[in-house]
Design a protein around this ligand. Sequence first.
Ligand SMILES: Nc1ncnc2c1ncn2[C@@H]1O[C@H](COP(=O)(O)OP(=O)(O)OP(=O)(O)O)[C@@H](O)[C@H]1O
Length: 447
Amino acid sequence: MAHPEVENAIKGFLLDQEKMAEVVDRMTKEMKMGLAKDTHPRAVIKCFVSYVQDLPTGKERGKCLALDLGGSNFRVLLVTLNGDGSADIQSKSYVFPSTLMTGTSDELFDFIAASLGNFCIENGLENEALPLGFTFSFPCQQKGINKGTLVAWTKGFNVPGVVGKNVVELLQQAIERRGEVRISIVAILNDTVGTLMSCAFHNRNCRIGLIVGTGTNACYVEKTVNAECFEHYQTSPKQSMIINCEWGAFGDNGVLDFVRTSYDRIVDKVTPNPGRQTFEKCISGMYMGEIVRLIVIEMMAKGVMFHGETSQQIQNRWSFQTAYLSDVESDPIGEYRHTNKVIREMGFLGNNEADKINLRRICEAVSSRSAKLCACGLVTLINKMNINEVVVGIDGSVYRYHPKYHDLLTMYMKQLLKPGVKFELTVSEDGSGKGAALVAATAAQSK
Ligand SMILES: Nc1ncnc2c1ncn2[C@@H]1O[C@H](COP(=O)(O)OP(=O)(O)OP(=O)(O)O)[C@@H](O)[C@H]1O
């Protein structure tokens, strides 16, 4: 049993069924506001039109480049779609200097263009006029498949002078300034869209793309007639439109305050975007470790945990990695191999079992709330589509590596879904490569 003070600290994270159902209700209303033309401007869940209307058939063919900028990693990829449902991918990850997250716009786009140039030269592609799909995982208002205006930076990025600009244009200009390659950006897409497309390439029932990584977001397949912000929503010959929900902003108008805790409010205040991305800050990898750290230091101040110890490390903001939650929760009950490693890395020397039990309880409370809220989001989308069978393609390190995330998500979704609705949650590989290429190939053809 965890200490009563620990139980008291985490009780705000233990959402019951009633609260979860309330989250679904509120989210459903916010989604409708995002989709409808008259309420879209003031909606917090924007439900952006992605301009991707065709799900893959598996027969796509062609060679495309892809770029992936979204959080902690930056990659350039060369994707060959073989026409038989398979794809070959070559990729290179570039170290993304964290100074670029808050540097100038020119520095950011020059870095991307230089990496692209380097990749093309290394692979002998400098003279090929290849189409490029740009996976850019920040909220963008699209006006077409290759026009995306940045609405706000998230996930710790804050580069002045980009919000309100078409990022495709900024990147294309940077590519041309360097003059190394003949690449044209034919599509910009959110990573959720790439994830959905890549999953749908193999699994025709895929209708949702979900990310639980540095941030969280989802997209789903809506009927075109409901995508009112699409100019041709009433006349388009295509029945479907992928909607990029940008659900991370859910709650920015206060409707999630009933599930937030004092710790969430502290985390929010120390981010570069206070008051924004409320739902994301309760769910995703960038924030979970920090929430745990705040509870631990409060318990230390109360003399409940790590009594008599001092650790500079635990006092440092963002020092408790979200990967530590996975470590701690991967130990079988009563065993502490990974927990011991985490405790040592956090600068503690003692070996008190009660501390380990308390730490585990805190980690479990934070990760299970994340999974509960994510389940609420997925159930909202499934109810909205009103379908009885669906596959969800998922990417992001939290989903991939947390030892219980998949099972928790499955359990909470079952609790919330109408009886008889079947779903499958599956890791979607290479969304920003294969997924981006699938979008780019279609966009290049229609060009
Ligand atoms: N083993 C792990 N368990 C849980 N979370 C982890 C683990 N390893 C890394 N993370 C968290 O996952 C996040 C990185 O996610 P990911 O690798 O999906 O990259 P990303 O592309 O930056 O994310 P996004 O797609 O949201 O932009 C980090 O915030 C990190 O804390």
